[in-house]
Structures are given as C-alpha cells and as structure tokens.
Ligand binder design. Structure first.
Ligand code: F3S
Length: 285
C-alpha cells in the first residue's frame, strides 16, 4: 500500500536522551553494579523500557518513602522535596536529581526565603513540580491557568517546570503582569526551563513545519515527550508512540514525508527500532 508514497523519514536535529537523563541512568547502573539491589523512589525517568532494564539489574521502584525495602535509595531525575529527603535519613542515598532541576529547587527555596509567594508554572501532579513545591514554602502553588488571588500577594515569584515550553511560560507571565502591576506587587521571574528541552522543542517545531506526519517517540507519562506532541499538533498530524509496534501503517498511506522526534527520556535503541520499522513500512508493497 505504501510503496512509492512515503519518500522520506527525517529526524529532528536534536532529540532523545538529555544529559540529565543519561547522568541519572549512569548513576543507577553504577549503584546496581556496586550494591546488587536498591530502591528508586519513583521511576528514575518516565520511560518504561529504561525502568524495565534497570529492574533487571536490581533497581526496584518504590512508590513512596513508606514503600522502601532496600538500604540504598536513589532519588529520580525529577528530584524530591525536603520532606521526602528527610524521610531518607539513615539510608545510603544516590542522588540522581538532574542538576537543572536542583537549580530550580534552589530558586524556589530562595524566593520563599525572601518572602515571595511562589507560583510554579506546571503540572501540580508531576513529581518534579511536587518536589519544587516542597522547597517553595507553605503558600506555594502550581498551575497552568491564569492566576487569581484574593487578595493578591505583595511579592510574587514565578518559575516554571523545567520541561515547559518558553512560549507557554511567556503567555502565563503576560497574563500575570496586568493584575500584579495594578496591585503594586513586587515580581520576580526565574526562567527555569532547561536548555535541552528548549532545543528539542525548537528542532521538533522546525521539522513539523516541513513534513506531513510527525512521530514522537517516548513514554506517555513523560511530560517533555507529551509537550513535544502538543507543540507540533497545531502544525501537522502527530502520533505519540512508545515502541515500534505502536506504529499503525495506515498513518503512512499516501504520505511523502514523515518526521521523527523523541522525548528526553527515550533510549537511542527505541528510536532506532521505530525508525527501522518506518523505513521498512515505507519500502513495503
Ligand atoms: Fe534535566 Fe532538562 Fe533533561 S531538566 S533531566 S536536562 S529534560
């Protein structure tokens, strides 16, 4: 059906593992080799293949501090709030928090100490955001909707989940400025969006403008993977796949070009498998 119709499979200039994810996986692999078994507090990154491979090496995923079984515990790349850190006292801790997340945590803590009402632009249920809120003081909140306060705080500090899009954060800031300025609030904005996220988003958008279909490869629970799909979808037909078998050949019928990108927690081998299946479907009669 697809022979002669699908002419090109093109990769985004930047995609796949970021340095924070590579670092976290390396730390857990080293710990597994050294200790034999350990717990990871939550999945180390939001990718099933990575988590399953680490499980095979002895890394068990614990859902909460109460669920820990091993003396050695790893903190996932998304980081932890101070309460959960405290619950790890007395254990051997492997801290795989991404350095960029750790910097955002320090920004949240410093804003709170300086008396700012902290607002995190992000998904309040995501583990990174829950950790950031833990550092940001009792009054901190996370939202992706325009802010409404009654009364407005005198000092307002804004920062972002590291994997948000700069445009979405800018829109959020723009909606906050008029009411905050009208009430005389002091504003402090910290740009905590990470550079690998920005570069992957820009590469995906550049490609999405030139192809007929985009495939985004990665975990469905991965915030940065879902964001890539959301950003591209106003421009082109987008499908999010976790593995090569998820591809529906019907997506390729009659298409001349397909673009490929992947979330920051998607392993290279999964991307290669997806790409190989696309090329096989493209050449099949
Ligand atoms: Fe860190 Fe950004 Fe990757 S926050 S884990 S470098 S997506």
């Amino acid at each position: 059906m697809t022979r002669g119709l699908l002419l090109a499979v093109e990769r985004a200039r930047e995609m796949g593992f970021c340095f924070g994810v590579r670092r976290a996986i390396r730390l857990l692999e080293e710990a597994a080799r050294k200790f034999g078994s350990l717990d990871s507090l939550g999945p180390v990154v939001h990718n099933r293949q990575v988590v399953e491979r680490l499980e095979g090496m002895g890394v068990r995923v614990a859902r909460s501090p109460a669920d820990l079984e091993n003396r050695v515990v790893a903190i996932a790349s998304h980081g932890l709030g101070p309460q959960d850190m405290k619950a790890l006292e007395g254990r051997d801790v492997i801290d795989a928090t991404c350095p960029i997340v750790a910097r955002a945590q320090r920004a949240a803590r410093d804003l709170a100490r300086a008396g700012f009402q902290v607002v995190v632009f992000g998904d309040s249920l995501h583990p990174e955001v829950r950790g950031l809120l833990g550092w940001a003081g009792d009054s901190a909140l996370a939202t992706e909707a325009p802010l409404r306060f009654q009364p407005w705080p005198k000092r307002l500090g804004l920062l972002s989940q590291t994997t948000q899009s700069p445009d979405a954060f800018a829109t959020f800031i723009a909606s906050t400025l008029p009411p905050a300025l009208a009430r005389g609030a002091a504003l402090r904005i910290v740009n905590t969006i990470c550079q690998p996220t920005r570069r992957r988003q820009a590469s995906a958008l550049e490609l999405a403008r030139r192809v007929e279909v985009m495939l985004v490869v990665g975990g469905k629970t991965s915030a940065n993977t879902r964001r890539l799909a959301e950003l591209c979808s106003p421009l082109v037909e987008v499908h999010l796949v976790e593995k090569a078998d998820d591809i529906d050949p019907a997506w390729l019928t009659g298409r001349k070009s397909i673009g490929l990108t992947a979330g920051a927690s998607t392993p290279d081998e999964v991307i290669l498998e997806v790409e190989a299946r696309l090329r096989a479907l493209a050449g099949r009669g």
